[in-house]
Every structure is written in structure tokens, then in C-alpha cells.
Write a protein that binds this ligand. Structure first.
Ligand SMILES: [Zn+2]
Length: 256
């Protein structure tokens, strides 16, 4: 079920009901039926990142190899990104950082370090605003372009990976990302590391869902995540899982 096929079915259903109204006298109240189904599907498509309702999203890799990818959203963060980086270095594990453009100012050295240590960088919008979902295609392109320029100035690289803020996808956002040649990246394991849950509960949540091809969503914004990361890396090691970058797992390019 995609946005396009749903919209076409919706229009066809409306035409049939209106036709039946004029020729067989059925009530127009029947229009509520396709209307509610359409609304429910649109809400589902917007809020569930794996739905692929509005377009193709990469949420995991189809593989039987014991490989997983770790991703960190919402940095670069002055206090916590360096802690995440030093933990990853201890385990010799690569990761992918989806950065917010406005956080780069004042943290350019951290962004440079992420790149220099062999991790990949992805776009996570410029403002990460709650009102992002109401933006037009042009508004989204602007969000993506501003972050791209900031990252390019520091690393000399043009990103090809994009993660939608809050995991919310809209037709405008998908269109903008596709026009700018981005691969849209979701996740298969949401750690929920920004909630009030303890490190132990979060670790448990992640570990029980680990399987070949998984992409884990973390945020480099707290000490708790650093703790969960250590436990997750230990678990991966003990269970024979190899940590790879998102682009390696998905066999796609991180940069243009
Ligand atoms: Zn985010």
C-alpha cells in the first residue's frame, strides 16, 4: 500500500459513491467510509517509519550475516559526542552520525573528529523543528541544503544519507530528499534512549531485538546512551555480531 495507490483508490471510491448517489439514490454519507480509511492510512504512513507509505526508506538490511549498524542522532554535542566517539574507538566500531545543521556551529571540531575517525555523517535537517512536518518541498530542501553546506565546509564531503527528524515522513519531505538524491534511512531498533527509562531497561530493549541486518537508533545526547552503547558493544562481541556502518550494511553510498 503506497501513498499513490491509496490516493487513486480513494478517488475511485468517491467517484463510485457519487455515481451511485445520482443513479441509485444511495446516501452521500457513504463518503465517510473511504474518507476515514484514507485518513487512517495517511496517519499510519506519516508516523510509522517502516511503513514505506510515502516512499522507499531503508530500515534494515535483508541479510543472514551477523552484522548490525549503530546510528546516533541529534549531534554534534559538545559534551556527549566525544564520549560516544571514545567508546566506539575502544571497541574499534564504526557508526553513523545523523547531525542537526544548527548544532554544527561551535562544534566543528567534533564534526571533524567524527569524520577523521572513520565514521559516516548523515543529514538530520537544519532546525529539527517540531513544525518541520508542515514544510513545503522547498522548505525541506532548504533544511537539507543548509546542513549539507555546513557539513561540506568542515569535511569537504556531500552527504547522501538522510534521517527524518522524529522518524516522521510526509510526502513533501520524501519528495525533497529524493530530489536532492538522498537515501532515506530509518531504523529497526528504536532504543528510546531519550526517555526516562534506565540504562538497564534500554539495554535490554536493544539486546532482545538484535538480529542480522538491524539498524539501532541512539542519540549522542546523554551519559545514559554511552552506558547503553558499552553494553550493546559487549553484547555484540559476545554473540558474534560485527558492527558496520549504515552504508556498509545497506550496500549504499554515504556521500555523493
Ligand atoms: Zn532527531
Amino acid at each position: 500500500m503506497t501513498y499513490k495507490s491509496t490516493s487513486i483508490s480513494f478517488i475511485v471510491a468517491i467517484c463510485i459513491i457519487v455515481w451511485l448517489h445520482f443513479f441509485s439514490g444511495i446516501s452521500l454519507t457513504w463518503l465517510i467510509l473511504p474518507g476515514s480509511v484514507y485518513l487512517a492510512l495517511a496517519i499510519y504512513g506519516t508516523s510509522v517509519i517502516h511503513s514505506n507509505f510515502y516512499g522507499r526508506l531503508y530500515c534494515y538490511a535483508n541479510t543472514s550475516e551477523k552484522e548490525i549498524a549503530l546510528s546516533f542522532d541529534d549531534g554534534p554535542n559538545q559534551e556527549y559526542t566525544p564520549k560516544v566517539l571514545s567508546t566506539l574507538a575502544q571497541y574499534n566500531a564504526p557508526a553513523t552520525f545523523f547531525v542537526i545543521g544548527k548544532n554544527i556551529q561551535g562544534n566543528k571540531n567534533i564534526l571533524k573528529q567524527i569524520d577523521a575517525e572513520g565514521h559516516s555523517i548523515g543529514n538530520h535537517s537544519y532546525t529539527h523543528s517540531y513544525f518541520l512536518d508542515f514544510k513545503s518541498v522547498r522548505g525541506f530542501k532548504d533544511e537539507l541544503n543548509r546542513t549539507e553546506e555546513s557539513v561540506f565546509k568542515v569535511t569537504g564531503k556531500r552527504m547522501k544519507l538522510f534521517r527524518p527528524p522524529y522518524g516522521v515522513t510526509t510526502p513533501h519531505l520524501i519528495k525533497a530528499a529524493e530530489l536532492l538524491n538522498y537515501n532515506i534511512i530509518g531504523w529497526s531498533i528504536r532504543s528510546l534512549d531519550t526517555t526516562n527509562d534506565t540504562a538497564q531497561i534500554i539495554t535490554q530493549r536493544v539486546q532482545t531485538q538484535i538480529k542480522p541486518g538491524a539498524i539501532v537508533l541512539f542519540h549522542d545526547t546523554s551519559d545514559k546512551t554511552v552506558e547503553v552503547l558499552k553494553q550493546t558493544l559487549d553484547f555484540a562481541k559476545e554473540n558474534g555480531y560485527k558492527i558496520v556502518s549504515v552504508e556498509q550494511l545497506l550496500k549504499i553510498d554515504a556521500y555523493q
